[in-house]
Design a protein around this ligand. Structure first.
Ligand code: GLA
Length: 376
């Protein structure tokens, strides 16, 4: 091989910044007070792209190849107005404590903390102005041969929404040349506190614009048990076997098969699926499989992996057709599926569920991988 001939070409490619995986930032919109909101778009050389907003570190768009071409597979809005008026946690980074805390109360080192109540009698998804409703800083944007990424950072002040301790947060979205979107949430604190940070994307691998319900998708969740809830969607504390119930996704099952199975009290309470599956006993060192989703028509397959023990599987039961999303599509019950890797809901009030505690000197970490492929 004549390297001298190849060299100028190599330099040209590197010099122009024309990496296979590219990241670029541009304007997305404005907040009510005129503050600009930027977005970062990650693209790879295999037909995938992801756009993430500095507002709420929201995954706004995720384009994934399928048998018959690419489609945007997440619910969301074309402009800031939608995210401000009817956010629904579409694509959002949720914290400081994703999911519910009973009556918004928990005790740490003998002291009781009171959080904002924003979901019936409970605290949900970090409060009235959780991480999803904050402007994050774009700290780093990187293009590369194997991946492109963006890191958002934010300081969550001591006492924000009632949580103790100042937290330094980062959210890194990485799109790889192997068609994985990785989301790394990290947090440190200056006082003992609790954390449960996750991503709340609603997926429809058929493409929300296709008119096909996400309940037509085939889901696998490798979990033998789940945490049933009371009528306010707080876990009762029981860890119940999925065997013989609509919650058994250990073998692939179309969501629609049992999402309307009103013989099951838990389906009735949640109006579909909105529970936490017990995938592992506690957080793991490496990521493990939490869910596999397949769209038989487009062949799109998504695997969700994380180092977290639980996955909240939610079938968009509260979507009532009032949100007008991207391309003017309205979103109705079952139009998107959420897989939220996390510690179990209300863990601070259930010692048997493990711990959500973070101490100074520790780094909280939720590593999520959404891995895409096309079934043969
Ligand atoms: C989570 C909850 C649901 C609902 C959605 C947001 O998935 O478990 O009950 O609050 O968020 O609408």
């Amino acid at each position: 091989m004549n390297w001298t001939k190849l060299l100028p070409l190599t330099l040209l490619v590197a010099g122009s910044g024309a990496y296979a995986a590219d990241a670029h930032r541009d304007a997305f919109g404005k907040l009510a007070d005129g503050t600009p909101v930027e977005a970062v778009t990650l693209t790879n050389g295999h037909g995938m792209s992801a756009r993430v907003l500095a507002w709420g570190a929201i995954l706004e768009k995720l384009v994934v190849p399928g048998r018959h071409g690419p489609a945007d597979v997440v619910l969301g809005y074309d402009n800031m107005d939608g995210y401000l008026k009817a956010p629904n946690y579409f694509g959002a980074t949720v914290g400081r404590y994703a999911n519910r805390i009973a009556k918004g109360r928990f005790t740490l080192d003998g002291k009781e903390y009171k959080l904002a109540i924003n979901d019936g009698p409970n605290a949900l998804h970090g409060g009235r102005k959780g991480f999803d409703k904050q402007l994050w800083t774009i700290a780093k944007v990187a293009s590369g041969r194997d991946s492109a990424s963006v890191t958002f950072t934010r300081t969550s002040p001591d006492g924000e929404e009632g949580y103790p301790g100042t937290m330094q947060l980062s959210a890194t979205f990485t799109l790889t040349e192997t068609n994985e979107l990785r989301v790394d949430y990290r947090a440190t604190t200056d006082k003992p506190t609790i954390a449960n940070i996750t991503n709340h994307s609603y997926f429809n691998l058929a493409g929300p614009a296709s008119g096909r319900s996400a309940t037509e998708l085939v889901v696998t969740i490798p979990a033998a048990s789940y945490t049933p809830v009371d009528t306010t969607l707080i876990p009762t504390g029981e860890i119940r076997s999925v065997a013989g119930t609509p919650f058994d996704f250990r073998t692939p099952r179309r969501v629609a098969d049992r999402v309307r199975d009103g013989r099951d009290e838990q389906i009735r309470i949640a109006r579909g699926y909105d529970q936490n599956w017990v995938v592992t006993k506690g957080p793991t060192r490496d990521v493990h499989l939490m869910a596999r989703v397949k769209d038989p028509a487009s062949g799109r397959v998504m695997e969700v992996l994380s180092n977290q023990p639980g996955v909240q599987f939610y079938t968009g039961n509260f979507l009532d057709g009032t949100a007008v999303g991207k391309g003017g599509t309205i979103y109705r019950q079952g139009d998107g599926l959420c897989f939220e890797p996390q510690v179990f809901p209300d863990t601070p009030n259930h010692p048997a569920f493990g711990s959500a505690r973070v101490d100074p000197g520790q780094t909280y970490e939720n590593r999520i991988v959404y891995r895409f492929s096309i079934a043969k």
